[in-house]
Write a protein that binds this ligand. Structure first.
Ligand SMILES: Nc1ncnc2c1ncn2[C@@H]1O[C@H](COP(=O)(O)OP(=O)(O)O)[C@@H](O)[C@H]1O
Ligand SMILES: [Mg+2]
Length: 145
């Protein structure tokens, strides 16, 4: 979706749902997030932070969650606007969340900086996960009007 339809979509509070099944889906998600952040006039540094965090979480959805979806939506307060991104899968879930959040911990030969890095890069970070059921990671970034 380009920027033309962005304002009506974001004003109506609609959520864009993108599949996360392939590497190309991750590329598409990165572009969607970048375009939305630009349309919302986020700074270049905040764009980079959120696109980086989104990439890490999307790759986790693919690699550990067996694929899933990304949900992109806008949030609105009286004095600020924000973007919210959720990464949802019905994979194995995370047995030990504290361990998974530790810098450098990986169960799959990665760098172990995806979850902890995404938490540092975003303003809000939340994980819902249940062994055998799946995982939902939500991040948000805010900008004052
Ligand atoms: N969606 C997910 N489903 C199941 N486990 C996950 C998921 N995301 C992350 N994890 C677990 O958390 C660990 C840490 O993730 P992360 O910090 O991104 O490091 P890395 O991707 O390099 O392993 C992963 O190795 C994996 O065990
Ligand atoms: Mg990772």
């Amino acid at each position: 979706m380009g920027n033309e339809s962005f304002s009506s979509r974001m004003n109506s509070g609609e959520t864009v749902v993108l599949p996360l099944k392939t590497d190309e889906d991750v590329v598409r998600l990165r572009k969607q997030v970048r375009d939305d952040l630009i349309a919302m006039k986020f700074s270049l540094i905040d764009q980079t932070k959120m696109v980086t965090a989104a990439s890490e979480l999307a790759r986790n959805t693919l690699r550990y969650g067996g694929g899933g979806e990304a949900h992109v939506s806008r949030r609105l307060d009286s004095d600020r606007t924000g973007i919210e991104l959720s990464f949802v899968d019905k994979g194995p879930g995370i047995e030990n969340l504290e361990l998974a959040m530790t810098d450098g911990y990986t169960s799959g030969g990665g760098l172990g900086l995806g979850l902890s890095g995404a938490k540092r890069l975003a303003d809000e970070f939340h994980i819902d996960t249940e062994p055998g059921k799946g995982t939902r990671v939500t991040i948000a970034k805010w900008k004052l009007f």
